[in-house]
Design a binder for this molecule. Structure first.
Ligand SMILES: Cc1cc2nc3c(=O)[nH]c(=O)nc-3n(C[C@H](O)[C@H](O)[C@H](O)COP(=O)(O)OP(=O)(O)OC[C@H]3O[C@@H](n4cnc5c(N)ncnc54)[C@H](O)[C@@H]3O)c2cc1C
Length: 411
């Protein structure tokens, strides 16, 4: 794959038009006035039929699950793996040129939906999955805690206590939770209290919670450096009572011989990492465009600054980064389409390179704009603030390096 196909280019143009009409005029409110992004996301889903596609995919998935729960073998899936991945990538890139926070808010609702769709039973999927997939409801995926981030599972302190009547009492607090202040549906990850088992080794359980449950508090949005259009908050749980119908424990297969399908968490992490790569590309493309324009317009010493070699070096480095990230993404999409997905360490390598490049490019764009670069009006300031978190969430740089090195050293 060396470029987007005609259909994808047409979709990109339509998405750009939508963003110009619906996102750009609201940037001030999203960035500085606390406007939540959810109505824009819903409108975008409806405009491009994302909700209808999600509904159709959902129905297909449920049909298959119902067969599995009845103990039958569903037919092999038709269609190319990664069919719609190109469109998701374009949407994410285009939005990140103006508001990476919208992509984060949208992506985390989908992450919550993904957890329910991969770990839930049919009833749970019907109850919570569909409305998240179509964007009608807002979702959070809560794993990070004040005391555990990179070591999310090992250091986790949130607990589930099994009560005599089969319900669970949930306690703990979560932080940095995207959509936390507004989420209707929360995927809450915690540890089962097991007597005699040391805390680091206790079983991890995943529950689905609804906003407004007794004992559940969702904080106001936290003030942060960038991604202002993505509300981030804390969750506090004090003896929240969750019945077993809220515990995600896979499909209930009636066939006792059927093997339970295990979802590999590394596949989810890899997909999340690649998602951030497309976000980085959006930031890099936009910084490059703005920088080229400014280099031609800005006159110093009676010449456009683009005529100075030090400025040309910045532009050339930006172009190298853009080209590299784009090639990596196309390689990923091509392999996915051929059913040969990237390994976990390759996805980590892509994320490490592209997010570091995006931060470097945005920082150099500010430098190229001089004092104007530091002012909100010239946009590169927001692109830098938005890019910076990409080296932290979906696994910090250091965690990507760890994954890559571990893989290399295990060969
Ligand atoms: C805007 C935003 C949105 C987020 N959204 C969500 C969300 O929706 N849901 C959610 O659950 N979480 C979310 N997070 C949390 C995010 O995933 C964590 O911030 C991230 O995993 C890092 O954890 P931490 O902040 O606790 O840093 P720490 O883990 O405390 O790390 C501190 C530093 O130590 C380094 N470090 C840690 N361990 C090692 C090691 N073994 N070797 C070398 N260096 C190490 C780290 O790389 C980092 O540089 C979000 C964070 C942000 C900023």
């Amino acid at each position: 794959m060396i470029d987007w196909n005609e259909e994808q280019q047409m979709a990109r143009d339509a998405i750009r038009k939508f963003i110009d009409a619906e996102v750009v005029p609201n940037i001030e409110a999203l960035e500085h006035e606390g406007m939540p992004p959810y109505d824009i996301i819903r409108k975008m889903y409806q405009t491009f039929g994302v909700d209808e596609i999600a509904r159709a995919r959902f129905e297909k998935a449920i049909e298959k699950d119902e067969l599995i729960e009845a103990g039958e073998e569903p037919a092999e899936e038709s269609g190319t793996p990664g069919d719609d991945l190109g469109m998701d990538t374009i949407l994410s890139m285009e939005l990140c040129r103006h508001s990476a926070g919208i992509v984060t808010a949208m992506g985390v609702t989908q992450l919550a939906a993904g957890a329910i769709m991969s770990q839930g039973n049919v009833e749970q999927k019907k109850h919570w999955g569909l409305e998240l997939l179509t964007g009608e409801k807002v979702g959070s995926w809560a794993i990070t805690e004040p005391g555990s981030g990179s070591d999310a599972f090992g250091g986790m302190n949130s607990t589930a206590k099994l009560l005599e009547n089969g319900d669970y009492a949930l306690n703990g607090s979560k932080t940095f939770i995207t959509n936390g202040p507004h989420a209707d549906t929360i995927v809450f990850i915690c540890k089962l209290i097991e007597e005699g088992v040391e805390p680091r080794k206790r079983k991890i359980l995943t529950f689905v919670l609804d906003s407004g449950m007794q004992g559940l508090e969702q904080s106001k949005p936290l003030r942060k450096m960038g991604l202002h259009s993505s509300p981030t908050g804390q969750l506090f749980l004090e003896d929240v009572i969750a019945g077993p119908e809220r515990l995600l424990a896979g499909l209930k297969n009636k066939n006792p011989k059927a093997k339970k399908k295990k979802s590999d968490p590394r596949a989810t992490f890899a997909a999340e990492r690649v998602g951030v790569v497309s976000m980085s590309l959006g930031v890099v493309e936009r910084c490059l465009e703005l920088s080229v324009e400014y280099s031609k317009e800005r006159i110093q010493w009676e010449k456009p600054i683009g005529e100075y070699q030090l400025i040309q070096l910045k532009l050339a480095n930006m172009e190298v980064a853009r080209f590299n990230i784009q090639n990596m993404l196309f390689n990923y999409l091509e392999r996915k389409a051929k059913g040969k997905p990237m390994s976990f360490s390759e996805a980590s390598a892509m994320k490490l390179y592209s997010t570091q490049s995006a931060v470097e490019v945005a920082s150099e764009a500010i430098q190229l704009f001089g004092g104007n670069g530091y002012m909100a009006e010239y946009k590169v300031e927001q692109l830098y603030r938005d890019a910076r978190v990409m080296r932290i969430y979906a696994g910090t740089d250091e965690m990507q390096i760890r994954a890559i090195a571990r893989d290399l050293l295990s060969r």
